[in-house]
Write a protein that binds this ligand. Structure first.
Ligand SMILES: [Zn+2]
Length: 80
């Protein structure tokens, strides 16, 4: 199962092993979001490639859909 990243308004734990999901606080700016993900990745001993956190399988962890798009058009996917 690939690692996912999700934001939540209330974070009780930074990682949900049942769904392999890293949970970070909602509403962070991109810099802090990346920092939170990186911290979680370090805690989980996931690999990094430069500044990019990687999944177990070596694919970059995508944080897309995480940051609310405010002026970026209408191409938001999976916002259900
Ligand atoms: Zn993966």
């Amino acid at each position: 199962m690939c690692m996912r990243v999700q934001s939540a308004t209330r974070v009780t734990r930074f990682y949900d092993p049942d769904t392999a999901t890293i949970i970070i606080p909602a509403g962070l700016c991109p810099t802090l979001t990346l920092r939170a993900v990186t911290a979680a990745v370090a805690e989980l001993h996931l690999p990094m490639e430069g500044d990019t956190p990687l999944c177990w399988c070596g694919e970059p962890l995508t944080v897309s859909g995480l940051i609310p798009r405010q002026r970026d058009g209408e191409d938001e996917h999976g916002a259900a």
